[in-house]
Design a protein around this ligand. Structure first.
Ligand code: 13P
Length: 251
């Protein structure tokens, strides 16, 4: 049985006070149900957010990380730095990093290995652009992202990896994938994992959906058999809407 994970990706938003207040609100709303809850603030707010959720069940993660352990890498943050602060997860390969910053599967793969070696749980994001969906390339795109990003990752290591399917056309647009569209890709991702690894890995890996998840659509998405939670952007920036999504996952 896969335990649902509801993760908030706060992206490049919020002042320090807003981030700490939101973290307190999420901590109070997270409850003690059978749902894992995660928030991923920007690096500069990590320490305040980690203090703010202390004593609650909310975990904290980074939105990215670099693969080298230390040295002359201006602007970068290491896995050890995240772990030292108390982060448990790190988002990798988000479409904004792939498409805006230009990250390759090779770089994401290096980051994923570094995260696993440091004891962080990577949330590996995959997803197609609108023109790729319209050209019926969705599965080819996510397969190539999955294969490239998971190169040399073992079946044992997959116990600590979370996948997030985030169709780029649904991110921040208000256009959610329908539960049927999302379920179809999630089921295909699970088959790819069975072929690449084995049935146990395929059955065990949590696959989150991301892209305009809101309180109004969360329950229908969570009801799909291969959707194990959500990676939430905009609706994670308010404690009450994020709490409603957590409740939908636990229902
Ligand atoms: O990119 C996302 C989460 O990582 C989704 O963002 P929105 O929920 O704002 O569409």
């Amino acid at each position: 049985m896969r335990r649902p994970l509801i993760a908030g990706n706060w992206k490049m938003n919020l002042t320090r006070d807003e981030a700490v207040n939101l973290a307190r609100g999420v901590g109070a709303a997270a409850g003690d149900g059978e749902v894992d809850v995660l928030v991923c603030p920007t690096f500069v707010h990590l320490e305040g957010v980690i203090s703010a959720v202390e004593g609650s069940k909310v975990a904290v993660g980074g939105q990215d990380v670099y693969f080298e352990s230390n040295g002359a890498f201006t602007g970068e943050t290491s896995t050890a730095m995240l772990g030292d602060l108390g982060c448990q997860y790190v988002i990798l390969g988000h479409s904004e990093r792939r498409n805006v910053i230009g990250e390759s599967d090779k770089l994401i793969n290096q980051k994923l290995h570094a995260a696993l070696a440091a004891g962080l749980k990577p949330i590996l994001c995959v997803g197609e652009l609108l023109e790729q969906r319209e050209a019926n390339e969705t599965m080819a795109v996510v397969k190539s992202q999955l294969d490239g990003s998971l190169e040399n990752v073992t079946a044992e290591q997959m116990a600590n990896v979370v996948i997030a399917y985030e169709p780029v056309w649904a991110i921040g647009t208000g256009k959610t994938a329908s539960p049927e569209q999302a379920q179809e890709v999630h089921a295909d991702l699970r088959s790819l994992l069975a072929t690449r690894y084995n049935q146990e890995v395929s059955d065990g890996v949590r696959i989150l959906y991301g892209g305009s998840v809101k309180p109004a659509n969360a329950a229908d998405l969570m009801a799909c058999p291969d959707i194990d939670g959500a990676l939430v952007g905009g609706a994670a920036l308010k404690a009450d809407s994020f709490a409603e999504i957590i409740a939908a996952a636990g229902a």
